[in-house]
Every structure is written in structure tokens, then in C-alpha cells.
Ligand binder design. Sequence first.
Ligand SMILES: Cc1cc2nc3c(=O)[nH]c(=O)nc-3n(C[C@H](O)[C@H](O)[C@H](O)COP(=O)(O)O)c2cc1C
Length: 222
Amino acid sequence: MAGGDTHFYRTVDGHGLAHDPFNAIVGPRPIGWISTRSVEGIANLAPYSFFNAFSYTPPLIGFSSIGWKDTVANVEATGEFVWNLATRPLAEAMNLTSASLPATEDEFACSGLTAEPSRLVSAPRVGESPVNFECKLTQLIRLTGIDGQDSQSWLVIGQVVAVHIDQKLLVNGVYDTAAAAPILRAGGPAAYAGITHESMFSMTRPDDQPQQKGRHADDHHR
Ligand SMILES: Cc1cc2nc3c(=O)[nH]c(=O)nc-3n(C[C@H](O)[C@H](O)[C@H](O)COP(=O)(O)O)c2cc1C
């Protein structure tokens, strides 16, 4: 803020606040609720809020694991995972699946969720979730800092190869985001946000105004 009273810090020096504002600022974030299967056949399920979509063609989504966790190990071993939409009715179950369980224990069982078979990948889907993306690994990247040193964070990127959508969320062929009641991760250890019809608004892009011509063929998708 030019001329304002600003809290400034160099990240190497620390934020100097009661809580790190980093993920409260970059928030709320959609949740990558990721199911995988180990080579031995044990199902695994965990939420990852360092998550987003990155490309329309091919359809790519990604999430980042802070530390080498069971989810990343399973994706590396099998090349497959499923993304499940975390919704308000499933919030408490989603939270249970973040428990640090040994790789031999199945988070579906401990959270009371149903592991439904997928169609194109071996990882199961969360049966109770209204939307699932079946994904195949495209890149597993160990992240580095500006010093070029390897961090303990891994970015998993996968191509969505199949999509399941509860018909109730399709209104005249249009997916109704708010009707799905997705939950998002906000700042602080326990903060979440929800999406409702009231909290949504529309805005037409300049290139999509009647007098403008869009420059990119699939721009209107974003
Ligand atoms: C809403 C939510 C979001 C989370 N986001 C991340 C994340 O982005 N990256 C991460 O490494 N852990 C994240 N966690 C913690 C993991 O879910 C947790 O470490 C889990 O035990 C990992 O399971 P796994 O070892 O079976 O993969 C998150 C937890 C919650 C509740």
C-alpha cells in the first residue's frame, strides 16, 4: 500500500505476528481431497488445500504435499489418484481423513466413508462425494527455493481422465457450483469458508463484451 501503514517483513526474518498470515491471505483455497491405493491394495484418503486446477486442455489439477506423505508415495508407485469434492455435509468426515494414520490403515474405514471403485484408475472414489475426478499422474516435482536447494515439498500434477457428477448438480446442462456446497480452507488452524448462491456474483470479461472479439479460442472457459 503506497504511503499506508504497512506490516512489511522479509520472509527469511519471519512474519512477527501471532499466526503466519500466508495461507490466510491466499485463501480460501479449494480442497484437494485425494484418494489413492497402495501397491498392496490399501486405500488412502487425505485433504490437501495446496490444491488447484492448472490447465483446461489437457485438464490438469495439482496438489502439494509438505513432506513425503502416504498420498504422494501411493501416487508415485501407482501413477493414479482420485480428487473428490469436499462439501459441507462431508466436512467433518473430510477432517477425520486428515489424521496421521500409518500407511497400513485405511482412512475410508476410520471416517465411515464408502470406497467406491473407479472406472479408469485403481484408486477408489469417495462414494458420498457428489463429484469425483479420476486422474493419472503427469508430473511429480520436488519443489526448490530460490537457492536451488530441494525442499521437503512435492507437487503432484495429474490429468483428469474421467469425471463423475451427481445429476442433481446439473441444471439444464450447467454445473451449479453453489448447490454442491463446496468447502474451502481459510487461514488459521480451524478456519473454513463455504460457498452459497448468495455469495456468488457474475462479471463479464472485457473480451466477452459484444463489441470485443476474444483473442484465445478457449478463453471463455476460464
Ligand atoms: C483441510 C486440510 C488441508 C490440508 N492441506 C494440506 C496440504 O496442502 N499439504 C499437506 O502436506 N498436508 C495438508 N493437510 C494435512 C494432511 O491432510 C495430513 O498430513 C494427512 O495425514 C496426510 O495423509 P496421508 O499421509 O495419508 O497422505 C491438510 C489437512 C486439512 C485438514
